[in-house]
Design a protein around this ligand. Structure first.
Ligand SMILES: [Zn+2]
Length: 351
């Protein structure tokens, strides 16, 4: 019964948080083009998302008598029948759009990877760069929205925040999100310079292709807390500049592309890519990738075809693990190849 109370509390918090965030999003001044050449911008700002553009969301979603839906880890609801905090059926549009580029740059910048939706080639550095650039932009945009949320002076939002968090928690969140935004500064200058000068090979990449369609998609800049070797890193988010990995996972109609990027002066990030590349067994690599997405990304979309294949017991375990990761009071999830129960990249789980 105590469990049920906790679930209800978490659902209520999540709902209120999402409500506040969507109000913040509707305030016009968050709409700003991410491209450095602002003089070229042509308004309006477009609502877009890389997974959507590439058709990946359509591939991941499931049709329930005309209602298409998919799952994202931050959208949850109470499962009344089995009494647990379940994943919530979410529509493609509300799932993952972001207003990050003006109509000119949205079209112009991504031409090479979007004129044909499934053209992406992992041996083409321009393709790898453009996907990575957009994953970076999406995460930056999300972080900026959070910053706006916690620093808002809108009375309605203030009231919502005060209902969700204690005064001290709000102060901590403000510090955390300001630190995270600060971590974007240097990479943003660097990646913009490469974009303008077309230095697409200056990022370090590790890209993979599977010959089948996996059940997960992602476009994010993820801060890992473990290296593939299992070594713990960056356990204190405030102590120093954090290392993050530009992460793109794109399921296509008959194959899947995974692109990971790191800044060359980021030793830990490059080590992360090297260790992942040299993992001896494919299953180990797949499991680590799954762990990395599960643990780190706000922007993960999972197909119902994957989730609904599970027994109810397993689905409850999956959701319990999500609660653990989402809860700031719990320690970071530890990676253990044997014990970690999720492998999105297994051929057996192909959709
Ligand atoms: Zn623009």
């Amino acid at each position: 019964m105590e469990e049920s109370g906790l679930n209800q509390e978490m659902i209520e918090l999540q709902k209120q948080f999402n409500k506040a965030l969507s109000k913040i999003r509707s305030i016009a001044n968050i709409k700003d083009c991410f491209h450095p050449n602002k003089s070229e911008c042509i308004l309006p700002i477009k609502s877009a998302h890389s997974l959507q553009r590439q058709g990946s969301l359509r591939i991941l979603e499931k049709d329930d008598r005309g209602n298409k839906y998919l799952y994202i880890h931050t959208e949850r609801e109470h499962n009344v029948q089995y009494d647990f905090l379940d994943l919530k059926k979410t529509g493609r549009k509300s799932a993952t759009t972001f207003d990050g580029f003006c109509s000119f740059h949205d079209t112009e910048l991504f031409k090479a990877i979007e004129n044909e939706p499934e053209i992406t080639d992992i041996d083409n550095d321009e393709h790898l760069f453009l996907h990575s650039y957009r994953s970076f932009a999406i995460s930056f945009h999300r972080k900026f929205e959070q910053w706006k949320l916690y620093n808002s002076e809108d009375p309605e939002i203030l009231e919502l925040l005060q209902k969700i968090y204690s005064v001290r928690a709000i102060e901590e969140l403000k510090i955390g999100v300001a630190a995270a935004l600060n971590d974007f500064k240097k990479p943003k200058i660097q990646i913009d310079e490469w974009l303008i000068n077309k230095k697409f090979s200056d990022l370090e990449y590790f890209a993979l292709e599977y010959s089948y369609t996996v059940s997960v998609g992602c476009s994010a800049y993820i801060t890992p807390h473990h290296l593939p070797s299992g070594k713990k890193i960056q356990m204190n988010p405030f102590s120093e500049l954090q290392t993050s990995i530009l992460t793109t996972v794109l399921p296509f109609s008959d194959r899947t592309i995974v692109i990971l990027g790191a800044f060359p002066d980021d030793k830990l990030g490059c080590q992360f890519l090297d260790e992942l590349e040299s993992m001896k067994y494919e299953i180990q690599q797949q499991k680590f990738l799954s762990f990395f997405l599960f643990d780190g990304a706000e922007n993960v979309v999972v197909s119902p075809k994957f989730i609904e294949k599970m027994t109810i017991k397993r689905r409850m375990e999956y959701c319990e693990l999500l609660n653990f990761v989402a809860d700031n009071r719990t320690p970071f999830l530890k990676f253990d190849t044997q014990k970690f129960p999720i492998n999105y990249f297994d051929r057996y789980n192909a959709i």
